[in-house]
Design a protein around this ligand. Structure first.
Ligand code: ADP
Length: 479
């Protein structure tokens, strides 16, 4: 039996016409049907969030704490079921699906605590007898637009701080993964949020998302997705003078130096480039390898790639699930063809795979003989495709790593303290990893990048307050 999930607007579940959610591991499996909202529903949701804001922003801290705490507890209690549904709709493996669900619970737990830790500053004025208070207040109605690759973690890391700091929300998830989005909203709704505080409008980006961008009543928008849509969010937000935050693509380098522990380097590269089917903005898509270790590294990568189990996300043996949908698969295959045309050597994989069920299965691909000037090294592919770029030494490796329009994460595998330290200081990325995969971050510390990867304040941890609050400076003359 496939469920029909509705949108939540002003505390009511609404919507009739729906769109189908298909399992990328098995195209005959329909996960459910979901309301597909229109621009009018988006406007109603924004109006409801605006009406709910004064009371919610002045609500007691315990009310916010309680809702976030309850949500964390329910997600934890249901982690296997929710993680399975996530793996079914997105195609990441069960382990990754459950892990991401646990991460969402941890994020709600963290921000339940943050709701109780709001603080400000009190400082003397330069004028005798005057006191100055610096406090943080909620921004207002926050629009949340999310992508498909982390169906529960990204909504959690935007919704939890928005609520903790007293904002109200209009949430538009990606069309491909509505089940995880609906589940998180259902849990928060039942946890006791007043009507209108959190509104869910599933539907098309060009319709619901665009109506959000065009609204003068959204005070802030937080967006994760493609560079193209991010630029639209930016332009529309400037037009309305609203706060905005963008997390977009990456073309993250993993540098492997001659003195690296080969096993560590291969583990980092396999995990960073291919886990979650390479569909992470923090994925390592450029493997920048020095001469002395290059051939051993490539051989070891090919050995490991040959052993990776690509299959149905719900099969416990699977290590790499399918690509998320037909259009992403086409993009991956197009880039594999482009890489060959550009003269890179397809050293492993890249072909479609048949499995018991019809699904978007792709053998993870490794290019060697790639240069940093090739399109496959400059443009985000967002699939299980990585390029080895051969360099002569550390200095060239650093230059290549930084020569990119993006700047989300970077990594280095080395046993040299000197090079590790120099790389941490000079890598032009928001997050730098030493002897660790470029993907895989903690939830209590800032997340975000530089250059074309990100815009605006960091997400997650205490740094989230920067976006979800606005600072007030109050002066008092008490005589
Ligand atoms: P992806 O390639 O990851 O799907 P998108 O940027 O297209 O990247 O999608 C990210 C999110 O942005 C999705 O929720 C999508 O529906 C939404 N979106 C797409 N187009 C628009 C738009 N014109 N206005 C607002 N949101 C949009």
């Amino acid at each position: 039996m496939t469920p029909f999930r509705k949108n939540l607007i002003d505390g009511e579940w609404v919507g009739d016409a729906g769109s189908r959610n298909i399992n990328p591991s098995n195209l005959d499996d329909v996960v459910g049907e979901y309301a597909s909202g229109d621009a009018e529903q988006a406007r109603q949701a924004i109006a409801a969030a605006k009406a709910a804001f004064p009371a919610w922003s002045r609500s007691g801290l315990l009310a916010r704490h309680a809702v976030l705490r309850k949500a964390s507890d329910e997600i934890t209690a249901r982690k296997d079921e929710i993680g399975r549904a996530l793996a079914r709709e997105e195609g990441k493996t069960l382990v990754e699906g459950v892990g991401e669900t646990v991460r969402a619970a941890q994020i709600f737990d963290f921000f339940a605590g943050e709701a109780l830790r709001l603080s400000g500053e009190q400082v003397p004025s330069v004028r005798p007898g005057v006191g100055v208070e610096i406090t943080r207040e909620a921004v207002g109605v926050v629009g949340i637009i999310t992508p498909w690759n982390f169906p529960i973690a990204i909504p959690a890391w935007k919704i939890a701080p928005a609520l903790a700091y007293g904002n109200t929300i209009v949430f538009k998830p990606a069309e491909l993964v509505p089940e995880s989005a609906w589940t998180i909203v259902d849990i928060l709704h039942r946890a006791g949020l007043p009507k209108g505080v959190l509104n869910l409008v599933m539907g098309k980006g060009s319709v619901v998302g665009q109506a959000m961008l065009d609204s003068p009543d959204l005070n802030a928008i937080t967006f994760t997705g493609s560079v193209g849509t991010g630029k639209r969010v930016a332009a529309a937000s400037v037009e309305h003078m609203r706060k905005f935050q963008l997390e977009m693509g990456g073309k993250n380098p993993l540098v492997v130096l001659d003195d690296a522990d080969l096993a560590v380097a291969v583990d980092c590269a396999i995990n960073g480039a291919y886990f979650s089917t390479g569909q992470r903005c923090t994925a390592s898509s450029r493997l920048v390898v020095t001469d002395g270790i290059h051939d051993r590294f490539v051989d070891a990568m090919k050995d490991r790639l040959a052993k990776l189990v690509v299959g149905d996300a719900l099969d416990a043996k699977t290590q790499i699930g399918p690509v998320v949908d037909q259009s992403q698969l086409k993009q991956d295959e197009d880039y594999i063809a482009i890489g060959r045309q550009e003269g890179a050597d397809l050293a492993f994989g890249g072909e479609r795979l048949d499995r018991e069920t019809r699904g978007f299965y792709l053998q993870p691909a490794l290019f060697t003989q790639a240069t940093n000037a090739m399109r496959i090294s400059r443009e985000e592919i967002f699939g299980p495709v990585a390029n080895v770029i051969r360099v002569k030494d550390y200095d060239e490796a650093l230059a290549v790593a930084n020569d990119t329009p993006f700047g989300l994460t970077s990594g280095i595998c080395t046993s040299s303290l000197k090079h590790a330290t120099h790389f941490k200081r000079n890598s032009e990325a928001g997050m730098v990893m030493v002897n660790l995969p470029t993907a895989g971050v903690d939830f209590h510390v800032p997340f975000g990048g530089r250059k074309g990867s990100s815009y605006g304040p960091r997400e997650q941890g205490r740094y989230a307050a920067e976006f979800y609050t606005t600072v007030k400076t109050a002066y008092t003359f008490a005589g």
